[in-house]
Design a protein around this ligand. Structure first.
Ligand SMILES: Nc1nc2c(ncn2[C@@H]2O[C@H](COP(=O)(O)OP(=O)(O)OP(=O)(O)O)[C@@H](O)[C@H]2O)c(=O)[nH]1
Length: 315
C-alpha cells in the first residue's frame, strides 16, 4: 500500500501543474487542434504551426525546432493534433531538461546565502517566503532579510512570510542601507548557527544604473563577510509578461551573476511558453515555478512534467 503513495503524490503534483498551466496549454492545445484536425502535414500547416508557437511566447528557436522535427518525421503524411502535441512536448523537454536544477544548499563555509532579484511585483518576496517555508519544513534553519528597504510594504511582506516560516526576519527602518543590513544578517546567521540566509532586494528598474549599483554593493559587502557568498543569485521572473521576460532577464544578467531562475504566476497566464524562451536564450538553470500565491504553490521544476502539461498532454 505504501508503494502507491509516491505515485499518488506524483499524480496530485501533476494535476496541480496541469490546472496551473491550463491557460497556456488550452491556448496552445486548442490552436493545434484547430490546425491539425484531419490534415496533412504540408508546408502551409507547418507555417501556421510555426506562427502559433511563436505567438505562444516559446521563442523562434524552439518553434523552428518543433516544425523541423515534424517536417523531418512526418512531412506530407496525415497527422493528428495529439501527435503534434507529443512532438511539441518532446522538443520542449529536450530544451529544458538540461536546465532542470534543484536549488542545492551545499555550502560548507558557513550559512548558505541566496540573493533574490527581479523587478517589483515579479513575485520575488513571495518566492523567498515559499522557499523559507519549504526549507524550515525540511529541517533547515533559515533567516529572511528584508533587503528591499525602499518600500514599507515589502518589509512588511517579508515579516509575514517570516511568521509563516517560523523563522527570524532581519529588517530595518525604511530607507536603511540594504548592503549593511545584509552584512549584519550574515553576521547574525553565523552567530546563531543558522544555515541559510534568504535576502530580498529592491526591484525598481526605472533607473537601471541605480539598480545595478545597489545589487553590486550588496554583493561586494556580503563578500567581505564571506568571499564565496552569495552562493546563489536567483532571478524571479513574472510569467504573465510573456516574451518581455527576455529583456528583464537581460537587464539583471548585466547587473548580477545570476545562477538560476524561478518563473512565477504560471497559473494566471496563457504565456507560460516564455519560460522556454528565456531559459534557452540565456541557458539559465530553472529551480522552481510558481503556480499560485499559497505557500505550497511553488513546484520544483520538472522539465518533463512542465512540457507535457504545457502541450496539454497526460503526465
Ligand atoms: N497567481 C500567482 N500569484 C503570485 C505568484 N507569485 C507571486 N504572486 C503574487 O504576485 C504579487 C507580487 O508578488 P511579490 O512577491 O510581492 O513580488 P515582489 O517581486 O516581491 O514585488 P515587491 O514586493 O513589490 O517588491 C503578490 O500579490 C503575490 O501574491 C504565483 O506563482 N501565482
Amino acid at each position: 500500500m505504501s508503494d502507491d503513495k509516491p505515485a499518488e503524490k506524483k499524480r496530485g503534483f501533476f494535476s496541480r501543474l496541469v490546472s496551473g498551466l491550463s491557460k497556456s496549454s488550452s491556448k496552445l492545445g486548442e490552436s493545434v487542434t484547430a490546425i491539425f484536425t484531419k490534415r496533412k502535414l504540408d508546408r502551409e500547416a507547418l507555417d501556421e504551426l510555426e506562427d502559433l508557437l511563436i505567438a505562444s511566447d516559446l521563442g523562434t528557436a524552439a518553434a523552428l525546432r518543433v516544425t523541423d522535427r515534424l517536417a523531418r518525421d512526418r512531412f506530407d503524411k496525415e497527422i493528428t493534433d495529439e501527435e503534434v502535441r507529443e512532438t511539441l512536448a518532446e522538443v520542449i523537454c529536450e530544451t529544458l531538461a538540461p536546465l532542470e536544477k534543484p536549488l542545492q544548499l551545499t555550502g560548507t563555509d558557513g550559512p548558505h546565502v541566496i540573493l533574490f532579484v527581479g523587478v517589483n511585483g515579479s513575485g520575488k518576496t513571495t518566492t523567498l517566503g515559499k522557499i523559507a517555508v519549504k526549507l524550515k519544513r525540511e529541517g533547515r534553519d533559515p533567516i529572511l532579510v528584508a533587503g528591499d528597504t525602499f518600500r514599507a510594504a515589502a518589509i512588511e511582506q517579508v515579516s509575514v512570510w517570516g511568521e509563516r516560516a517560523k523563522s527570524p526576519v532581519i529588517k530595518r527602518e525604511i530607507g536603511a542601507d540594504a548592503a549593511g543590513l545584509a552584512f549584519d544578517a550574515l553576521e547574525q546567521a553565523e552567530r546563531e548557527g543558522r544555515d541559510t540566509v534568504l535576502i530580498d532586494t529592491a526591484g525598481r528598474l526605472q533607473n537601471k544604473a541605480e539598480l545595478m549599483d545597489e545589487l553590486r554593493k550588496i554583493v561586494r559587502v556580503i563578500r567581505k563577510k564571506n568571499p564565496s557568498a552569495p552562493h546563489e543569485t536567483v532571478l524571479v521572473l513574472d510569467g504573465t509578461v510573456g516574451s518581455n521576460a527576455v529583456s528583464q532577464a537581460q537587464a539583471f544578467l548585466d547587473a548580477a551573476q545570476i545562477t538560476g531562475l524561478v518563473m512565477t504566476k504560471l497559473d494566471g497566464t496563457a504565456k507560460g511558453g516564455a519560460l522556454v524562451q528565456v531559459a534557452e536564450k540565456f541557458q539559465l538553470p530553472i529551480h522552481y515555478i510558481g503556480i499560485g500565491e499559497g505557500e505550497d504553490d511553488l513546484q520544483a521544476f520538472n522539465a518533463r512534467d512542465f512540457s507535457r502539461a504545457l502541450a496539454g498532454l497526460e503526465g
